[in-house]
Design a protein around this ligand. Structure first.
Ligand code: G6P
Ligand code: MG
Length: 219
């Protein structure tokens, strides 16, 4: 049976996915090209350095490592500027209700985010003490779609992957959960999150009982 829920942060708990996109778009524009919302799906859940590589390749640019470091830090500064204005009001609809159901059901929780800024964001939205384990970009060596961020979360909670449900908004994150051997709930569009076991537009329309029933019925 399911014992733990593992949550991505950006785009699941809080809408920072939009801020990542805005900051990357600004960077691309300064480099002389643009990135679309559709292209941005490829960046979701992917680490900062890998995202930059994907963007530069899209713009047909090859740059020395030094310059890439500078661009990545420029993007992060713009991103942090947007994040610094965040409060608990930026928590996505349905998250608070869902988490109270999670507690009542006696489930454990972990955060599984590739973001190095995850602890800062949790603090800004007042959710630092909510998770039983927090695995973020500072604790892992391989980003999504590698399952490391979720398998580490399961290990810290002392549960098996088959006892976990992953909540993800990113194609790379859904793949990470599946590769980790977990039941994956995709939050977004079924046309985009094709690998997910269950897809809903957001946590707002899901109940813990419904997710547990589907995940526990998995063959
Ligand atoms: C998450 C986001 C990505 C972001 C990555 C690294 O996975 O979905 O869009 O690139 O974290 O975030 P960071 O805050 O470390 O730049
Ligand atoms: Mg995400």
């Amino acid at each position: 049976p399911i014992k733990a829920f593992l949550f991505d942060l950006d785009g699941v708990i809080v809408d920072t996915a939009v801020y990542h996109y805005q900051a990357w778009k600004r960077l691309a524009n300064e480099l002389g090209f643009d990135i679309s919302e559709e292209f941005n799906e490829r960046l979701k859940g992917v680490s900062r350095t890998e995202s930059l590589d994907i963007i530069l390749a899209h713009g047909g640019l090859t740059l020395p490592d030094e310059e890439k470091l500078e661009l990545a830090s420029q993007k992060n500064n713009w991103y942090l500027d947007l994040v610094s204005r965040m409060t608990a009001e930026d928590i996505l609809p349905g998250v608070a209700t869902f988490f109270s159901q999670v507690r009542k059901a006696g489930l454990q929780t972990a955060l599984g985010s590739v973001s190095k800024n995850a602890p800062l964001i949790l603090e800004r939205i007042g959710m630092s003490a909510v998770f039983d384990a927090v695995i973020d970009g500072n604790k892992i060596s391989k980003g999504k779609p590698d399952p490391e961020v979720f398998t580490k979360g399961a290990a810290e909670l002392e549960v098996r992957p088959a006892e976990c449900v992953v909540f993800e908004d990113a194609v790379a994150g859904v793949e990470a959960g599946k590769r980790g051997g977990m039941f994956v709930v995709g939050l977004g569009s079924p046309e985009v999150l094709t690998q997910a076991d269950l897809v809903a537009p957001s946590l707002d329309v899901l109940t813990v009982d419904e997710v547990l029933a589907k995940a526990n019925a998995r063959p």
